[in-house]
Each structure stands twice: as structure tokens, then as C-alpha cells.
Design a protein around this ligand. Structure first.
Ligand code: PLP
Length: 426
């Protein structure tokens, strides 16, 4: 049986709709190799995971050495040196007073744990999240996800969750225009707190750049204003850096673009260059709300993944991958912006660093170009460039390559995307 047949016969979840999957057998840096020997330029990084590039030798060497010594012991049963070292490193590289970490395996698990800690610390039970936000696929994280396509088939969801409007300037839910709006979406949080909650809000949860929502970058003042309302209410701020963290946006963490101090942060994806690991980190006094045994994870903080994460952070800093994300991101956005001037199909080009979205529209009323997005992704694949899709309507091209992308690779990706966009007839 070939891999496709094995998948069809024995794997539960389906492939992403409307996309012919590649059988991947090898990868290095920004290149994936298929079973047929064909090379692909990976501009999606296994969904924003391999930030240091596929198979970075320093990360592999660290993981290999750790594997020879110890694969698993249970981080919450015995002391595991790599978990301790990584927690100290995370305290050093995350913003503000974030200090104590809990390790899990997936982004959703990190968010779930952080929500539980926020509730335990504040003694409060309600949550505020954003329309169009995405936080994972467990019952709790879907409860704070503001996107029907992700939530369908798994309700009813947790009570006590209120949603605020997304800071989505291109399709402002409040029908305003930035900056004249005074960032009304952030001010609206006061209204949400007053009208939709019982005054029992433990935390406001938000992605600093909304990934699955279509690479939505909130205006620069957004989080300062939001924090004013949240703090006044006595709630905490949990920032979801699962997708935006570890250099993706040109800073180690995307919230650093906004000059606010989160109380808790969740991270995963880019933490260990592909080794499965997640974490949430909190200020020490918040972390103290969990007593021993309150929260555990069997595989969380696996020594091999922790060793890989330590090496990964060293690589991100030593190779200045934040700087490269900024430079290559600016290069790609500039080219796509120039293309937008000639191509009415491109409604908006947006992003920070190498977290880039291209929103497609079929007319001046900004009708989402859903089929166009699928056609372009497929045409790019046929030309050997892999990109992703996102957005509430699925009409946003997502360009999220490894942060080791070279200038020549960035140009090649733009050549192919521009060519693919030109092929679409609207
Ligand atoms: C912002 C954000 N939070 C949480 C998650 C969930 O992460 P995981 O799939 O590792 O559970 C994702 C996954 O795409 C994400 O983008």
C-alpha cells in the first residue's frame, strides 16, 4: 500500500480540503523533498513551526545527545535538568516579569493550563476572547475560539465566555476607519465587560497577531487600550503566542511590538523547531496559585524536546533570525504590495516579519476570493512553492516560511505567487 492508501484506510482525520497533499520524506532548511524526489520551497513551515529551518544541525545534535542520555522520566515526577534549564531560559527571553513555566505538548494544552491557572489565581471564572481568534481544538480552547468553521460539531461550549470585536481594520466589524476610529474595537472591551459579563472575568485571551484568522495585525495602540480596560476590571491578560512566537514576527514574541506586559503567555509551535513541546509562563505570584499536583502532563517537558528548545533559542539569537524575519518579511511584503497595485484580486497585504497574509477579493465590495485562494495555493504547489490559507472565509494566502529564508528564496516565492495570482480569472 502507498502512503496515500494507508492514510485513506487507517488515519481518521482528513487532509486539508481542496489540496493535493505531497508525500514528504525529507527536509532541510526551507526545502521539503517529496517521495518522487521533487523539491518544494516550504513557505508554511509545518504551520509556523520550524522557525530555525528544517533539521537545523545544532538542534538535531542537542536532541540526539539528550536522546542517548534520557528520553523520558516525567517532568513532574522527577527533576529533569533540561526542563529546569529551559524554564530559566524562557524566563530570560520572555517580556516583563513572566518567570515560571509549565510544560505540555501542544498549543491547546498550554492555553488550557494557562486558563486554569488564571481562574485559580483570580478566583474568577469568566473569560473574554476575540471574534476570529483561534486557540486550539480541545473543548476549552474551542470555547474561546471565535470562528464557526473551527467550532462546528463539538458544542455546547463552556459558559462564561464573552467575545470582543476583532481588530480587523480591512473589514472593521464596527464599520470604522483607522486611525479616525480611535481604535474603537479596543475601547469596545469596556462595553463587553459591562454588558456581557457578570464582573467575574479571570482573563482576556488574545493572539498578538491572529494567525488562523487571516494574519490580522491589530493597530499599534490596540493592546495598550485593551489593557487599560482589562486591568481596571481586575482581569489578567493571557497572550497566545503559539503561532506568533519565537521570532516569527521579527521579535522573539509578537506582543513585544505592542509595549504591554502580559500576565501569562502560551507558546508552542516554534519553541523547539519541530520537536513537540508547549509551555505557558506566568508571573511568580500567579504561578503560586497552582499547588503541587494541581496540574500535570505525562509527556510535558520531555527532555529531548527541552534540549531541542534550548538549542533552538540559541540558534534564533545567534543567527539573528528575528532580524532576518524582518528583512525577508519587508522584501516579500514590498513585492506583494507592488503586485497589489496591478492586481485587483489582492485586497490587502499585511503582516509582521515572516507572518504575512494576502487577502483576496473578487470585487470592489471586497467579496472574499475563496476559490481564487485555493487556485493560487494549488498553482503555487504545482510550481514547487508551498503556502497556506486562512481567514474567516479562507480567502487569505498565508506566507510563513522558516526564518532562515534567503533573499533569493524570498524572491522566488514572490515570482511564483505573482505568476499564480495572474493565472486567476475573476
Ligand atoms: C494561536 C494558536 N493558538 C493555539 C493553537 C493550537 O495549537 P496546537 O495545534 O498545537 O494545539 C494554534 C494552532 O494553530 C494557534 O495558531
Amino acid at each position: 500500500m502507498g502512503t496515500k492508501e494507508l492514510y485513506d484506510e487507517y488515519l481518521i482525520t482528513g487532509m486539508v480540503d481542496g489540496f493535493e497533499p505531497i508525500e514528504v520524506v525529507r527536509a532541510a532548511q526551507c526545502t521539503l523533498t517529496g517521495a518522487d524526489g521533487r523539491a518544494y520551497l516550504d513557505c508554511f513551515s509545518g504551520i509556523a513551526v520550524v522557525n530555525a529551518g528544517h533539521g537545523h544541525p545544532h538542534v538535531l545534535a542537542a536532541a540526539r545527545a539528550q536522546m542517548e542520555a534520557l528520553v523520558h522520566c516525567g517532568t513532574y515526577l522527577y527533576y529533569s535538568p533540561r526542563a529546569g534549564e529551559l524554564a530559566r531560559r524562557l524566563a530570560a527571553v520572555t517580556p516583563g516579569r513572566l518567570q515560571k513555566s509549565f510544560f505540555g505538548n501542544s498549543g491547546a494544552e498550554a492555553i488550557e493550563g494557562a486558563l486554569r491557572l488564571a481562574k485559580q489565581f483570580t478566583g474568577r471564572k469568566e473569560l473574554i476572547a476575540l471574534n476570529m481568534g483561534f486557540h486550539g481544538r480541545t473543548a476549552g480552547t474551542l470555547s474561546i475560539t471565535g470562528n464557526r468553521s473551527r467550532k462546528k460539531g463539538n458544542g455546547p461550549y463552556l459558559a462564561g465566555v464573552a467575545f470582543a470585536p476583532a481588530p480587523y481594520c480591512y473589514r472593521c466589524p464596527l464599520r470604522q476607519t483607522y486611525p479616525g476610529c480611535g481604535v474603537a474595537c479596543a475601547e469596545y472591551l469596556a462595553e463587553v465587560l459591562r454588558c456581557q459579563t457578570a464582573g467575574d472575568v479571570a482573563a482576556f485571551v488574545a493572539e498578538p497577531v491572529m494567525g488562523e484568522g487571516g494574519i490580522i495585525v491589530p493597530p499599534p495602540e490596540y493592546f495598550k487600550i485593551a489593557m487599560r480596560h482589562i486591568r481596571q476590571d481586575g482581569a489578567l491578560f493571557l497572550v497566545d503566542e503559539v503561532q506568533s512566537g519565537f521570532g516569527r514576527t521579527g521579535k522573539l514574541f509578537a506582543i513585544e511590538h505592542y509595549d504591554v506586559e502580559p500576565d501569562l503567555m502560551a507558546m508552542a509551535k516554534g519553541i523547539a523547531d519541530g520537536f513537540p513541546l508547549s509551555a505557558f509562563i506566568a508571573r511568580a505570584e500567579i504561578a503560586a496559585a497552582f499547588k503541587p499536583g494541581d496540574h500535570l502532563s505525562t509527556f510535558g517537558g520531555n527532555p529531548v524536546s527541552c534540549a531541542a528548545a534550548l538549542a533552538n533559542i540559541e540558534v534564533l539569537l545567534a543567527e539573528d533570525l528575528c532580524g532576518n524575519a524582518m528583512r525577508r518579511g519587508a522584501q516579500i511584503r514590498q513585492r506583494l504590495e507592488a503586485c497589489r497595485e496591478r492586481q485587483p484580486l489582492i485586497g490587502e497585504v499585511r503582516g509582521l516579519g515572516l507572518m504575512i497574509g494576502v487577502e483576496l477579493v473578487t470585487d470592489r465590495q471586497r467579496t472574499p476570493g475563496v476559490q481564487a485562494a485555493r487556485q493560487i495555493r494549488e498553482a503555487c504547489r504545482q510550481q514547487g512553492v508551498l503556502i497556506g490559507l486562512g481567514g474567516l472565509y479562507g480567502n487569505v494566502l498565508r506566507v510563513q516560511p522558516p526564518l532562515v529564508l534567503t533573499a533569493a528564496e524570498a524572491d522566488h516565492a514572490c515570482d511564483v505567487m505573482e505568476w499564480a495570482i495572474k493565472q486567476v480569472k475573476i
